[in-house]
Design a protein around this ligand. Sequence first.
Ligand code: R5P
Length: 280
Amino acid sequence: MRLFYTNSTKHLAKRIKIPKGKFILDRFSDGEIYVRINEDVKDRRVTVLASTPDSESILELMFLLDALQRAKAKIHLLMPYFGYARQDRLIQEGECFSSRRICTWLNQYDLKSVDILHMHSERIKRYLDYRQLIPLELFAPIIERNDIIVAPDKGALDFVKKAGKRYRKDIGCFEKMRPVKEKAKIIRIDADVKGRKVIIFDDMITTGGTILAVSRELKKRGAKEINVLATHGIFTGDSIKRLERSAIKNIYVTNSLPQTSRNIKLINIAQYLEKRMRSI
Ligand code: R5P
């Protein structure tokens, strides 16, 4: 097996002890991407490790898959972070269906398997055949230190229920709406948190608006300690500063995307991903 990866996952690839494939992923002076496979991968099993947090990373992935397919490799794709997953349905007339379009592009390749770490929406299963990975075993020590797991919205309820069952913890649920793009408003709360250590469990933190709104309500309701666990830390704008000023004690995210803030506690998923790659 050989490991190929894009720039989005360099930080993980260097921690994974699977032989790296020989390839070039470079830029021309105008920024165009150049990919070349420099070894014979014909009929060989290769794993492509790639996330798609931005447009450049999507192109890098598509070109790497193209080069490997032309070289007739047997390609397994593992995505620590699948971007555009929040655009998983059409809300207003005239919109682009972004997540579906990305799935269509991926479906053009002969992928032997696709694994995705904590995909934002299971709805995307309609457009892409993939296996969902949620590393609950890595989250165990964090979850176990708390009394109750809270889903910050309905979308999180399914995996919060699974975690609650596995770790025998009570669960609570919030319901939110977005009055305008990227703003969160809590509209319903079902969580008994008075005097308890609470962990809010979500798939991702982007602007931080959701967990800030939820943590304010938890504080009002007398939670003793508020912690947050999210698989993906996007942290746009000044979100980290706003989170630092909040009532939240600890924020844990995985390194599915590279993290720089020292105030965010990191869960390393490299070995978890390596184990998965070896088992495919
Ligand atoms: C649901 O929308 C997601 O699971 C997250 O709750 C959301 O993406 C977090 O976004 P933000 O941090 O901008 O509120």
